[in-house]
Ligand binder design. Structure first.
Ligand code: ITT
Length: 196
């Protein structure tokens, strides 16, 4: 008996995200990236919510390819900063995706602050035959006062999820996916797709 994997276009330019998501979805799903469809420009993210950006990214690809696709938009929401950087997580310190500068700015803004509570929130927007579905994943944790670890990306070296003594950047991809915002959102996506 042969089994074929289900093809989905994933609206990301972030190679770390791609490998995390592929690991959660497993071999039953074959992910394609925008570049493989000839889309090389940066996909716009101009909304002021994670929901809006996830939906915008997925629609951008669907409008150009007509393929089933999904996008993930993620933000780090820090309690003592009123939920910042939130939807601005990628461009917190600069116009680009400068992880080191973003982490430095976060530490500066939390210098002397006792309340270190934070959470990552991921919103996934799926377009299936043009119809949109959304899935959310959240992980609560705290921001430590210096970077630890070299795995993962973004704010991972500063974030310790509740129930762990390690930052996300000290975890293997499987350990991070087991508890992370993205792992949770993508498992909901997979469950939904498998039930179709
Ligand atoms: P795409 O839009 O191309 O998917 P991106 O890196 O811009 O990639 P997001 O807009 O979803 O992704 O994420 C915004 C920022 O939030 C990202 O640049 C990281 O700094 C941070 N971030 C997202 N997911 C993260 C994670 O799992 N661990 C640590 N930081 C993360």
């Amino acid at each position: 008996m042969t089994t074929s994997s289900r093809k989905l276009l994933f609206a990301t330019n972030n190679a770390h995200k791609l490998s995390e998501v592929q690991a959660v979805l497993g071999p039953g799903f074959e992910l394609t990236i925008p570049r493989a469809c000839g889309i090389t420009e940066e996909i716009p993210e101009t909304c002021d919510t994670l929901e809006g950006n996830a939906s915008q990214k997925a629609h951008y690809l669907y409008d150009r390819t007509g393929l089933d696709c999904f996008a993930d938009d993620t933000g780090l929401e820090v309690a003592a900063l009123g939920g910042a950087p939130g939807v601005h997580s990628a461009r917190y310190a600069t116009d680009g995706h400068d992880f080191i500068k973003n982490n430095e700015l976060l530490l500066r803004n939390l210098a002397g602050v006792a309340d270190r509570r934070a959470r990552f929130r991921t919103v996934v927007a799926l377009l299936l035959d043009g119809k949109e579905y959304r899935f959310e994943g959240v992980v609560e944790g705290r921001i430590i006062d210096h970077a630890i670890g070299h795995e993962g990306f973004g704010y991972d070296p500063l974030f310790v999820p509740d129930g762990s003594s390690k930052t996300f950047a000290e975890m293997t991809a499987d350990e991070k996916n087991a508890v992370s915002h993205r792992g949770r959102a993508i498992r909901k996506l997979a469950e939904f797709l498998l039930a179709q």
